[in-house]
Design a protein around this ligand. Structure first.
Ligand SMILES: Cc1cc2nc3c(=O)[nH]c(=O)nc-3n(C[C@H](O)[C@H](O)[C@H](O)COP(=O)(O)OP(=O)(O)OC[C@H]3O[C@@H](n4cnc5c(N)ncnc54)[C@H](O)[C@@H]3O)c2cc1C
Length: 576
């Protein structure tokens, strides 16, 4: 059942075993898995509206139209970022059923084996190791034929994928004019650019076809809502979904003074799945955080957990673009509504065509050698052997503000291994001295980007690799000139590249770590390895905020797998 906001009073009169806060990527997985047990009565509370029928969400290529500053975005902005020349950046998060899985850019990457072995070592729980998490990646995944039904033999490794899960994944669903050129370019370059069949095996190094959370047969975005809350699950009598319902705090306490607020009880557990920004916000508003800081802003401390909202970790991204000699790039879809509308009609009638593609056709992962001068006086921030330092992906259009004319190629790099000083935070905005913050106001967000000694050198290495890729002979006659005169050239100095990086890097929106897990009994951290909130009974956190380090890849696949394991942990802990 999905209930509108008016249903609050009905909700109050009902007895729930579990209340899940946040119908996003992780929350919907948990809602689905817990309600497999007909004995469990589950309420899922989502602050945002329904995703039903929203074309911008459904059509893969329109993913860049879903944020920032839309009705499906929390529309957050960070504080000025010292690492980005003092600029405050947009910091989107999904505010809609499906959460960020309804608005993200669909790229499906899992990170490296070493990332998960580091989570296991960090928590002392081998359940988080790659070998133990691979079954959960597979459980969540349904690898589908791409929408153009092309032969995918040799384009992915079926042994590491799942084929009967609830989150659809596929290879690009429409060929583009750059596919053959890209293949020729990586053949010409070899070494770091060598072809790899699949970057999701746990050893991502190399370049290959990009996978995305697109359901091939319907050419549509697969989100936690389309998969885990499909009609067959919503019809379960023990699953109740309340939309437009924003949770202010957990634990009983006074309401905020408005008639449309309610107190709800969970008999077994509250599961916080509000994401890396809102989960710590709810905890802090509930008096769970650093005692002195909470007192300072007029909140009565309940549990002293200083790590709440700290340790925020994220990936910086940089894009270089070129004007190209082509009439088949996707730029027109982003600047001409007549052309876009024609394509939308084609997509609706055939479930094929360019709009079935996401933002990346090709992807690759590069590791900087251990003996690089970057690491002479600093710790190598890699999670372990064979783990990449940066990712490169290729787009058949200008990723960014579309110029009024011209056809473009963009190559972007994400620096995957922020150093230990690159940590931001989520804190509360105490607007009026002496009165507690309004829990419905946005928190203060610091993304902590590009603050460590290794960050810019690794970004610079990534930019040099983009330039190497773009200068492969295969692109001759295709790439014409840089799209932007400030873009560094192949012969640019380190200083020139650094200034481009500081000026143009933005977030890849892979924020984690603000309610990190740590060993049982550990003094730092927010949750135990089984994701229970430290020093509290009956509260668990299941979302990206529990990851103590950002994985070396886009984060949604990790969140799906994490939520699948968390569901098993919750079920095991609540056997009658
Ligand atoms: C624009 C963008 C692009 C991205 N691109 C990619 C990509 O291409 N590939 C990739 O792998 N990852 C990508 N990511 C990251 C990825 O989507 C996230 O890491 C992941 O979805 C986070 O899942 P989550 O469950 O932690 O949080 P979310 O999915 O954000 O879910 C949190 C949910 O809780 C709800 N909520 C929050 N506060 C409250 C409250 N107080 N009361 C009730 N409900 C509340 C929210 O509305 C939301 O629905 C992107 C993210 C963004 C924002």
């Amino acid at each position: 059942t999905i209930l509108g906001k008016d249903a609050v009073l009905t909700i109050e009169s009902t007895n729930y075993d579990f209340i899940i806060v946040g119908g996003g990527t992780a929350g919907n997985v948990v809602a689905n898995r817990l309600t497999e047990n007909p004995q469990f009565n589950v309420l899922l509370l989502e602050a945002g509206p329904s995703d039903a029928g929203v074309l911008e969400i459904q059509i893969p290529f329109l993913c860049t139209h879903t944020t920032p500053q839309t009705a499906w975005d929390w529309n957050y902005t960070t504080v000025p970022q010292p690492g980005l020349n003092g600029v405050a950046i947009a910091y989107p998060r999904g505010h809609v059923l499906g959460g960020s899985s309804s608005v993200n850019c669909l790229v499906y990457t899992r990170g490296s084996r070493a990332d998960f072995d580091r989570y296991a070592a960090h928590t002392g729980d081998d359940g988080w190791s790659w070998n133990n998490m691979l079954p959960y990646f597979k459980k969540s995944e349904r690898f589908t034929q791409p929408s153009d039904r092309h032969n995918t033999t040799g384009q992915f490794d079926p042994t590491v994928h799942g084929f009967s899960g609830l989150n659809s994944v596929s290879l690009p669903g429409a060929a583009t004019g750059i596919d053959d050129i890209f293949s020729a370019a990586i053949n010409e370059l070899g070494s770091d650019f060598a072809f790899t069949t699949d970057t999701n095996t746990g050893n991502p190094l190399g370049f290959g076809w990009a996978q995305a959370v697109i359901d091939g047969p319907t050419a549509s975005r697969s989100s936690s809502s389309t998969g885990y809350l499909a009609a067959e699950f919503l019809s379960r009598s023990n699953l109740h979904v309340l939309l437009n319902a924003q949770v202010s705090r957990i634990f009983s306490g006074s309401l905020h003074d408005s008639s449309d607020q309610s107190l709800l009880d969970a008999q077994k557990e509250i599961v916080l799945s509000a994401g890396s920004i809102n989960t710590p916000q709810i905890l802090l508003n509930s008096g769970i955080g650093d005692n002195a800081t909470l007192q300072g802003i007029g909140i009565d401390p309940v549990i002293h957990l200083p790590a709440v909202g700290m340790n925020l970790s994220d990936h910086p991204i940089i894009t270089l673009s070129w004007l190209v000699n082509s009439s088949t790039t996707y730029d027109d879809f982003n600047r001409n509504t007549t052309i876009l509308n024609e394509e939308i009609i084609k997509w609706q009638t055939t479930r094929e065509g360019p709009l079935a593609n996401g933002i990346a056709q090709h992807i690759g992962f590069v590791r900087v050698p251990d003996n690089s001068s970057i690491f002479v006086n600093t710790v190598n921030p890699t999670s372990g052997p064979n783990s990449p330092h940066f990712e490169i992906f290729v787009s058949n259009f200008l990723l960014g503000d579309t110029p009024p004319d011209g056809s473009y190629l963009s190559i972007s790099a994400i620096m995957l291994t922020p150093g230990s000083n690159s940590r931001g935070s989520v804190s509360l905005n105490a607007s009026l001295p002496g009165s507690p913050p309004n829990p419905f106001q946005p928190p203060i967000i610091d993304a902590g980007l590009l603050l460590s000694a290794t960050d810019v050198p690794l970004m610079r290495e990534a930019v040099r690799n983009i330039l190497r890729l773009a200068s492969a002979p295969a692109w001759r006659g295709y790439i014409m000139s840089p799209a932007n005169s400030s873009q560094p050239s192949y012969s640019a100095s380190d200083t020139e590249i650094e200034s481009y990086i500081r000026e143009n890097s933005r977030s890849a929106y892979h924020v984690v770590g603000t309610a990190s897990m740590s060993p049982e009994g550990g003094k730092v951290g927010v949750t135990n390895p089984d994701l229970t909130l430290k020093r509290v009974r009956g509260v668990r956190i299941v979302d990206a905020s529990v990851l103590p380090y950002v994985p070396a890849g886009h984060t949604q696949a990790t969140v799906y797998a994490l939520a699948e394991r968390a569901s098993d942990l919750i079920k095991d802990a609540n056997v009658e």
